[in-house]
Design a protein around this ligand. Structure first.
Ligand code: MG
Length: 236
């Protein structure tokens, strides 16, 4: 399925890829609207419709992922609410096993997320995943001070390489977002994989232009074979 001998770096998305997207969907589509409805004397469905519009307005920009932006514009303690809901944060099947196998093979694993640094830290603290990555990067720290970029924005992957060098020809990106995968392909990342069911409580996504992973066991076997046949990544 993958040419493991030509891959020495794997970039992982966080929400919907190594973690179940259910936490985030539940948080933004249930918890926040329920609190908002309470506060403004609305029905929950009304609050959901209202907030959905506000979400749509900033989707694809870093504001969408910014806890400070939402805390301010909704006048709610979003970080505090996330902390309270943290028991719902869960790994996707075999994410940890795959990460361990990957690191043992001598390859580099980077977590690259659009999540706000506070969200990233909360999720790393709750899951203990950080130690299994060579580095964790929030896109809120990528680009210049005046122009921070989300992963789906033009120039993100070039900017990331400036700050955290990797060879795009020998890199695999696993991400549940189509706009992100398309942007990475346009900026030269050679190996790309999507996720078939980012939220365990929702229907799988329709097949698209990228190969889709059900769970990480699908690519673990190939990695194991590549390791026993050679000694980790082969450089040309
Ligand atoms: Mg994602």
């Amino acid at each position: 399925m993958l040419e493991w001998n030509s891959i020495d770096t794997v970039l992982f998305d966080m929400d919907g890829t190594v973690l179940d997207l259910h936490f985030d969907n539940h948080f933004w589509e249930d918890l926040v609207p329920a609190r908002y409805a309470e506060r403004h004397g609305l029905e929950k469905a009304e609050a959901q419709a209202l907030l959905r519009k506000r979400y749509e307005n900033v989707k694809g920009t870093l504001d969408w992922y910014c806890l400070d932006f939402w805390s301010e514009s909704l006048d709610m303690d979003i970080a505090g609410m996330k902390e309270q809901a943290r028991h719902k944060i869960a790994l996707r099947p075999f994410a940890l096993e795959f990460l361990k196998q990957l690191r043992n093979s001598g390859r580099t694993a980077l977590l690259v997320t659009n999540a706000h640094p506070d969200s990233l830290n909360l999720k790393m603290r709750h899951t203990g995943l950080a130690e299994h990555f060579d580095r964790t990067v929030s896109s809120h720290t990528v680009g210049s001070q005046n122009l921070r970029l989300a992963k789906e924005n033009v120039g993100f992957w070039h900017a990331l390489r400036q700050q955290h060098p990797f060879d795009p020809q020998r890199t695999l990106l696993i991400d549940d977002s189509l706009p992100v995968l398309r942007r990475a392909a346009a900026e030269g990342i050679r190996h790309l994989l999507a996720i078939r069911q980012p939220d365990s409580q929702r229907a799988p996504l329709q097949p698209e232009e990228f190969m889709q992973l059900d769970d990480f066991t699908q690519i673990m076997q190939g990695l194991q074979q590549a390791n026993t046949c050679g000694s980790g990544p082969v450089r040309d």
